[in-house]
Design a protein. Sequence first.
Length: 234
Amino acid sequence: MKIIVFDLDDTLIYTECFYNKAIAQLIALISETTFPNNLSVEAILKRYKEIDKINFKQFQYSIGRIEKTFIKTIEVFCSNNEYVLKKAKKLVDSILKLVPTLIPGTIDVLNNLNKDENNRLFLFTAGNLKIQKEKVKLNNLNQYFDEIFYSISKTLKDWQRVKNILKERYKYRRKLEFISIGDNYARDIIHPFELGFRCFLVKGNADFSGYFEKEKHCDSYKLLNKLSDIFSYL
Ligand SMILES: [Mg+2]
């Protein structure tokens, strides 16, 4: 039996593009406000990322992190300009209200995998519980999975917990194969690989460099250019 554990954000649905759009608007706002200082987009983005990496270590996926990063970035470049701060808060509110949409082809892949009686599909997603549940609900994803695991992080311990639940559930099955499919090398590949999963990294747009613990090396995963490429391997 194949136990296939999917990641959600930027594996099944587009998430990062919303944040990128908001960050682009934030940068435009800073450039506008600080004109004619000629701050480059790269310089603002670099500072934004530095601030967000620090905040991520402390706040992880709590709702307030993005807002804190936005405000700190404004403070760095525009001092405490009330008008700009207000606009930045509005930007954050607007991205939190958006619901990421499905990456084309996702439903076909889930349907086809579910047709095989030998497969069991699970979703394991890390993030703010309320927001993650909303993403699943509004994209009608519940129906495709035997169970959805929500967590605030995806550490080795979290993966161990998920694997233990799955092992217990199928303890009377003779041949179990655990599979992880996700877009984040640090979270969806390294840890499950350590626990004996077969791992597939979906090529995505999100840039996670510097956000996670120093990455161990894992050379035994397959890179998928798109989700449906999984059928070449399963
Ligand atoms: Mg992801």
